[in-house]
Design a protein around this ligand. Structure first.
Ligand code: SAH
Ligand code: SF4
Ligand code: F3S
Length: 469
């Protein structure tokens, strides 16, 4: 198992939380101090943000939905593409403005972006108003950092280079009362040549089977209806454990937990997606019939340059097997357009592939060079405008496919977990099918956070319309 943070260290941090609470009680005698935590990027980062909120709440902070007027603001950042950086810098400008009105405001930055040396240096040089900068491997030490600041330090910078740790049992404030994310592994060992994640999140390390199982069981027992198991590559779960458990085993054991709930997972790396995994999905009634299987590109030449370690034909083999075993399965994927060395004919192979798989939806990105990755230094002659044209072509092609996938659902009965108010109409609720398609339905007797069977009566390009049966 990866490096577990010791119980002594966790106890020490719990004591810092208590000390912070005492300081806050005397500093804020007539009101509760409030904090605002915002996580950018992937669901793993959001899960880290829930722990940051948990620790701050335990210190006595109330949680706010807005940075304005907050006593502590923490941005948990993402580094996956340049626009993720730009967003943080933009919002930081706004925070500095708030800080002019409230000089006591504590501004903290953490997450993947600040784990990079060049960013940490830039923050130091350009944003002196930032009090606290901490990297991805020391999140559990937030109480100590907060204590240092509350007891007078103007600045705390703590970014350590590490293969990564696992901190169990941190307090957590979950965003939802019925959907919960449960990380099963942290970090990544795959080093896809475009990707910053292995550099900022450390090596892949799996949580123990027991910690995951117990967390899921507790969530289900307290009424959670959807559990999302998270990892950069859930399919390699357990490779670093001595216990011999793998992801399929974990899924099948979670499936045996009593209760009315469903299980999702992401991300499934195609190189490690096995027939055993597909059989497990097919055999486990609580595991959703949806596979997010990022292909990135439809050209073998580019997949090799990306270091993805599968070919298009191997990818299609597993897709075909899944379609045979689970006829209603839906697929989603990530695509990078304009990887260095990709020419228009490579891109056309991507179009061919998406037409064959028929994804219900796609996340599509233009390649963004990341500092320190192999792809950053690769020869990349295609201009940005050309890549944008390819992206538009891809979006248009996928729109047609999405429309077709959704249209094929009309007439079916689907079990939907409703999770919010309709995006365009307050009289509707919106939810998702087992296959992860969006369904809007008249409110009637429906409740947010509950399952209902609905008949699909109409299909839009990106969503279905249903009626209660
Ligand atoms: N672990 C997941 C991906 C996590 S990052 C996997 O292997 O599939 C989410 C997505 O961001 C990736 O699938 C990829 O499509 C995209 N991405 C990552 N780095 C990128 C970069 N440098 N430029 C553009 N897109 C990138
Ligand atoms: Fe990045 Fe590849 Fe790891 Fe996914 S598998 S996080 S794309 S290096
Ligand atoms: Fe972004 Fe870090 Fe996730 S770079 S996508 S927040 S792992």
């Amino acid at each position: 198992m990866g490096n577990l943070v010791s119980p002594e260290e966790l106890l020490c941090q719990a004591e810092y939380m208590k000390k912070c609470e005492d300081i806050l009680k005397s500093n804020f005698s007539n009101r509760q101090p409030i904090c605002y935590v915002h996580s950018y990027g992937c669901q793993g980062n959001v899960a880290d943000g829930e722990k940051i909120k948990g620790m701050l709440a335990q210190m006595g902070y109330g949680l706010s939905n807005s940075a304005e007027g907050a006593d502590v603001v923490i941005f948990n950042t993402c580094a996956i593409r340049e626009n993720a950086h730009d967003r943080v810098y933009g919002n930081l400008g706004m925070l500095i403005h708030y800080k002019k009105k409230n000089p006591e405001m504590i501004i903290g930055l953490c997450g993947c972006m600040v784990q990079q040396d060049h960013v940490a240096k830039k923050i130091k040089d350009v944003f002196p108003g930032v009090n606290l900068v901490f990297g991805t491997h020391v999140i559990h030490k937030l109480p100590e950092f907060m204590y240092n600041i509350l007891s007078g330090s103007k600045k705390v910078y703590n970014i350590v280079d590490s293969d990564g740790v696992i901190a169990e049992g941190l307090p957590v404030v979950r965003e939802s009362k019925f959907k919960a994310s449960v990380p099963i592994s942290y970090g990544c060992n795959n080093f896809c040549t475009y990707c910053i994640v292995p550099y900022v999140k450390g090596r892949e390390r799996s949580r123990s089977f027991d910690s995951i199982y117990n967390e899921v069981k507790e969530l289900v027992d307290s009424g959670y209806k959807e559990i999302m198991l998270l990892g950069q590559n859930v399919n390699s779960y357990g490779n670093d454990l001595d216990s011999g458990v793998n992801f399929s085993y974990l899924l099948s054991k979670i499936n045996e937990i009593n209760g009315d709930f469903r299980v999702r997972f992401m991300t499934s790396h195609p190189k490690d997606a096995t027939k055993e995994l597909i059989d497990t999905i097919a055999n486990c009634d609580k595991v959703c019939n949806h596979l997010h299987l990022p292909v990135q590109c439809g050209s073998d030449k580019i997949l090799k340059a990306m270091n993805r370690k599968y070919t298009v034909s191997q990818y299609l083999d597993i897709v075909d097997y899944a379609k045979k075993k689970i006829p209603d399965i839906s697929f989603t994927s990530d695509i990078i357009v304009g990887f260095p060395g990709e020419i228009y004919s490579d891109f056309q192979e991507t179009l061919k592939l998406i037409k064959e798989v028929k994804y219900s939806s796609l996340f599509m990105f233009i390649f963004s060079p990341r500092k320190g990755t192999k792809a950053e230094l690769m020869y990349d002659p295609i201009p940005k405008e050309e890549k944008s044209k390819w992206l538009t072509e891809l979006i248009n092609c996928q729109n047609e496919i999405s429309a077709e996938v959704h249209a094929n659902c009309v007439g079916k009965i689907e079990r939907v977990l409703f999770d919010g108010i309709g995006r365009t109409d307050d009289n509707m609720l919106t939810g998702r099918t087992d296959t992860n398609l969006v369904v809007d339905c008249k409110r009637a007797n429906l409740k947010i956070g509950e399952f209902a069977d609905v008949r699909i009566i109409k299909a839009h390009r990106m969503a279905l319309i249903g009626e209660l049966v």
